[in-house]
Design a protein around this ligand. Structure first.
Ligand code: ZN
Length: 343
């Protein structure tokens, strides 16, 4: 930043400041930290105070001005709001203060705008997977304004998951039980279905096996971005997140698998049949998978680039690490070909 730094700078909502010595301070913002020496204790206290100083003295020392400018440029310091209710510093709901601070690390002073945009965003979670309701509750808890769960039938005990369907929901209409989970996490969330023909900003397909072709076809025809999340007995796979026509789709991944294993298409058909004991999954894997999927969905809704575009993020026990597998578009699928030559 060039020019004169605002004398009324203050710590950003996610910045921590620690004193190392009377003239040395350590600023921390997310995974970044910096040590600044030589600022006067008086100036540091003024910056760190939640209350603005009345008639502050101008900062005359050029070194101090440069340091303040650099700290502002890096997002550690923000211009102090003249109005205490300035929207840059205030989340749309008090419970979202943590989200605002987390977004400030990445988006700086735009954090409140990003959070407000989430309020206008829509997500539809489709499928009977154990993680569907929990995932919906997570994105609503992070500030997404409209989150609808679409699933047939009634809730079963195998679907119960902390933060999602409860044990007491057994036998209740699954969509209603999922809506209750969302409202427990975010009472202001709108859980109503979107009007027919209006796709959500992001559709999440929460499944326990391959996604049927007709469901994928309908999303591609509607040009609707979607994220596939697949839960297995001891595995969770997040992705791909598909921008129809632009990025690879699950059928591309199937083609790549078939190239490597000629029996894949026969296996895929059998995988779509529910297991003998119904869908089974470890509660810990389900929860990690829902968390990763929600984080990827939010990155997309916030205008970022999720890592599960043209790939998947996978957890397979007993490995504790998340692995990324790359699934580039497959020429034989044709989903990213120009519209007039798509199959
Ligand atoms: Zn494809």
């Amino acid at each position: 930043m060039t020019g004169v730094p605002d004398p009324q700078l203050t710590l950003g909502p996610a910045t921590r400041m620690l004193w190392r010595a009377p003239d040395s301070v350590h600023f921390e913002l997310g995974g970044h930290a910096v040590v600044v020496d030589g600022l006067s204790a008086r100036l540091i206290r003024r910056v760190a105070s939640p209350v603005p100083t009345r008639d502050p003295e101008p900062v005359d020392d050029p070194e101090a001005r440069r340091a303040l400018a650099a700290l502002t440029e890096a997002g550690y310091l923000w211009p102090r709001a003249a109005d205490p209710d300035d929207l840059r510093h205030a989340p749309p709901q008090p419970r979202l203060a943590g989200e605002l601070a987390a977004l400030a690390v990445q988006h700086g002073e735009r954090a409140a705008d990003v959070l407000r945009a989430r309020r206008r965003a829509t997500v539809e979670v489709r499928g009977r997977s154990r993680i569907a309701a929990q995932l919906a509750a997570l994105v609503a808890a992070a500030g997404v304004g409209r989150v609808h769960c679409a699933a047939d039938g009634v809730a079963r005990l195998v679907q119960a998951l902390p933060g999602g369907i409860t044990v007491g929901d057994e036998g209740h209409v699954l969509t209603a039980a999922a809506g209750d989970a969302v409202r427990r996490a975010a009472p202001e969330a709108d859980c109503t279905p979107l009007p027919v023909g209006e796709p959500a900003n992001l559709t999440v397909l929460a499944v326990d096996g391959p996604v049927p072709d007709d469901r994928l076809g309908a999303l591609h025809a509607a040009d609707a971005p979607y994220l596939v999340v697949t839960l297995g007995v001891d595995s969770g796979v997040v992705g791909p997140l598909v921008l129809p026509g632009l990025t690879s789709c699950p059928r591309c991944a199937d083609r790549h698998r078939s190239d490597r294993d000629p029996a894949w298409s026969a296996l895929a058909v059998q995988l779509s049949v529910e297991g003998r004991y119904g869908p089974a999954s470890a509660v810990t894997v389900a929860t990690i998978t829902a968390g990763v999927a929600a984080q990827q969905a939010l990155t997309f809704l916030d205008g970022g680039e999720p890592d599960c575009i043209d790939g998947t993020l996978e957890l397979h026990l007993p490995d504790w690490r998340l692995r990324r597998r790359s699934w580039p578009p497959h020429a034989g699928c044709g989903c990213t070909a120009p519209e007039d030559v798509r199959p």
